[in-house]
Write a protein that binds this ligand. Structure first.
Ligand SMILES: Cc1ncc(COP(=O)(O)O)c(C=O)c1O
Length: 491
């Protein structure tokens, strides 16, 4: 009886001759649905393809193709033409009372399903970098770089070397590591050899590889407070015990860190341009941090993001360059020096960590993509990287100056602007009583993106300030955007 009802259901299949999907797909999809929902009984015999084709007024070929697909996927058994049966061994369909998927998520996945920022965060600009002033993290490419990029990419594709087509070194192309190494020695006084470098997808990838290399998620680690949320969140997601260590105008307070977690496994820091405050880690603190790391057997992860863009004064060399105890993992990114979509960066590892780190990388995704590496290698080898940085440094400095001037002129009564001598964003401190989160929200409604700095704090008392990215926006676009923001304060 059930059998007959099932067939009645089959004969009632709808086929849309003018539809996008081919007829056999339409029949296949409806039949699969009927089998899975048990509208067609397991083990029962299907009508012949000829019979079904006649009932549905379609060609027999379409029905045979649908049956063949179902046969290949295991929904039916037998031989087309000699009797086709619905598989008898399919599991029962899901009961409507099955627990919802969400409840069954493991704790780490549940943590990652939560909004990336803190509860009051209504504006999540983390997953994509919308191109609107003054969103953080955007970069500019001028016509010259774009043209070169096209040329070098076309050249790589034309030659398409055999080495691009296979598996290669998980540490990345040696030629690229050599250029990165030369650059880091000269520009950042990093002590390195190409053998110590692993090309990564950028800072975030490097942080994740550090976490995987250490493996034991439940260890204590220091992060800066306020600090870079994505480092903290990556650590939290991995189950580390994260200790937010306060930052003052001399950088991370190493003494406080020692009191909070003296035996921590690692400290994640941004010494040359603290994110988000922009302060430099004072020399006495650098030495204190290194001494602690040596004594505690801890690692220091130095995130030297955006150090290419320094506008005045001499930069403090990298922390890694001071490290004769080889406790520092130096992490840099090309996603800021060039553009975030590039997804290339590097880590310079103490010799003992090179192999474990490279293995962690191999187990994660084997190797960096070869073609992008080839383009960047040529870009560096031919001197374009150095000149791109020089041109962008001038442009960003000009944009910074335009932004500082516009903010002081239009909003000087409401905020105090720090003009940073490095980096791609600035911080404007709000006059007492103004909520950065409220301004962030209202500004967004006006089409202007400013980031509330209070979101970057964890345990330290949050200060109300706005963060403005200035690297991605031409000088001409800055004035009008500040004018729109001024309306938020005035309205
Ligand atoms: C503190 C800090 N480090 C590193 C990066 C760069 O990250 P990635 O290389 O993953 O793009 C950023 C970007 O916003 C940052 O703010």
């Amino acid at each position: 009886m059930k059998h007959q009802q099932g067939w009645a259901g089959l004969y009632a299949f709808k086929v849309d001759r003018g539809g996008d999907a081919p007829l056999f797909r339409q029949i296949y999809a409806q039949m699969r649905e009927a089998i899975l929902s048990r509208a067609l009984q397991a083990g029962s015999k299907l009508p012949s393809s000829r019979e079904l084709a006649a009932r549905l007024a379609v060609s027999r070929t379409a029905v045979v193709a649908a049956y063949e697909q179902l046969l290949a996927e295991g929904y039916v058994t037998g031989r087309i033409g000699a009797g086709t049966y619905i598989a008898a061994d399919l599991p029962e369909p899901f009961a409507g009372t099955a627990p919802r998927q969400r409840k069954r998520l493991p704790p780490a996945a549940r943590a990652m399903a939560a909004p990336v920022h803190r509860a009051q965060d209504t504006v999540d600009v983390t997953f994509h970098s919308e191109y609107r002033p003054f969103n953080l993290g955007r970069t500019l490419l001028d016509a010259r770089t774009i043209e070169l990029w096209r040329k070098l990419t076309a050249r790589s594709l034309r030659t398409l070397d055999i080495e691009h087509l296979g598996y290669s070194d998980p540490q990345g192309a040696f030629a690229l590591r050599k250029h990165v190494c030369d650059y880091l020695r000269a520009a950042r006084a990093v002590r390195c050899e190409p053998e110590q470098i692993v090309i990564t997808g950028g800072t975030q990838h490097a942080i994740d590889l550090v976490i995987r290399t250490f493996g034991d998620g439940d260890r204590d680690v220091w992060v800066e407070d306020p600090g870079y949320p994505l480092t903290r969140l990556a650590l939290t997601a991995a189950g580390a015990r994260v200790h937010p260590v306060p930052v003052d105008d001399r950088g991370i307070d190493v003494g406080a860190g020692k009191r909070l977690a003296p035996r921590a496994r690692a400290a994640f820091v941004t010494p040359s341009h603290q994110f988000p405050t922009g302060v430099q880690l004072a020399m006495s603190r650098r030495l204190e941090l290194l001494a602690w790391a040596r004594e505690a057997g801890a690692w220091i992860v130095e995130d030297d993001y955006a150090s290419e863009f320094r506008y005045g004064g001499r930069p403090l060399a990298s922390l890694q360059g001071l490290d004769d105890g080889e406790r520092v993992i130096y992490v840099g990114t090309l996603n800021k020096a060039l553009f975030p979509g590039l997804r290339l960066g590097y880590a310079v590892l103490p010799p003992a960590l090179v192999r474990p780190f490279a293995t962690a990388r191999y187990l994660m995704d084997r190797q960096p993509a070869t073609l992008c590496q080839a383009v960047v290698t040529d870009f560096m080898a031919e001197g374009h990287f150095a000149s791109h940085i020089r041109r962008m440094r001038t442009a960003y400095q000009d944009q910074r100056d335009a932004l500082v001037a516009a903010l002081r002129r239009r909003l000087g009564d409401h905020l105090t602007v720090d003009a940073p001598d490095q980096g791609m964003h600035l911080v404007a401190w709000l006059r007492r009583g103004l909520s950065d989160v409220a301004i962030e929200k209202a500004a967004r409604e006006q089409g202007v993106i400013v980031r509330a700095m209070s979101r970057m704090y964890v345990a330290a008392p949050a200060r109300s300030a706005l963060m403005f990215g200035f690297s991605g926006y031409s000088r001409q676009s800055i004035g009008p955007a500040v004018a729109k923001l001024a309306r938020v304060f005035e309205g």
